[in-house]
Design a protein around this ligand. Sequence first.
Ligand code: PLP
Length: 228
Amino acid sequence: MPCERLRAVQARIARAAADAGRDAATVRLLAASKTFDAEAVRAMAACGQHEFGENYLREALDKQAALRDLPLVWHFIGPIQGNKTRAIAEHFSWVHSVDRLKIAGRLSAQRPAGLLPLQVCIELNVSGEASKGGVAVAELPALAEAVSQLPGLQLRGLMAIPAPATDVATQRAAFRQMHEAYEALIARGHALDTLSMGMSADLEAAILEGATIVRIGTALFGERTKHA
Ligand SMILES: *Cc1c(COP(=O)(O)O)cnc(C)c1O
């Protein structure tokens, strides 16, 4: 069952990449495993999936401890509280949800010296909803400039969670805005290679607009029934 789900998602990625005229190898699959237990992650890893995204620190640390025999790459993709930065800096390879300098500075300072810099994406609020996470588009250039100076971090690109939309045109418009913000940062001299966008319901639209990482939960693990 997990392997069939994984193959189905890989097939969706391959088809969308072909439609976009892109090589499917330029799109990485990140399995968003929040609320699913360590055994579900282990089963998915046995199918060949090695990158996992987690939203809740406590839950993630428990899973990492249970799975330390596996060579997995862990990404933190949830909102970040100031008192969680040390554990995130110590236990993850990537953070997709950096949206303010104070948090970025703490992650940088707390990244252990023996590890590679933490690979980070800045979360952009493309829908413009005040209640949602992510930096406003107008504030992105200054934040990117400041984050790129931090020695413990390597700025790789942008992440977004657009407001859900069922029609592809609306989905694509938000992802296109992401791509434009990304290209604008590259034009300012930032060496970026990552657009983290697209989830189970909209991965095709995201890939058409240039996603390089899609974060997929439901289509891989099934519906989430519990809240972490
Ligand atoms: C849960 C989650 C996902 C995956 O969402 P699905 O719709 O289940 O594929 C992707 N990104 C983030 C940040 C998430 O919290």
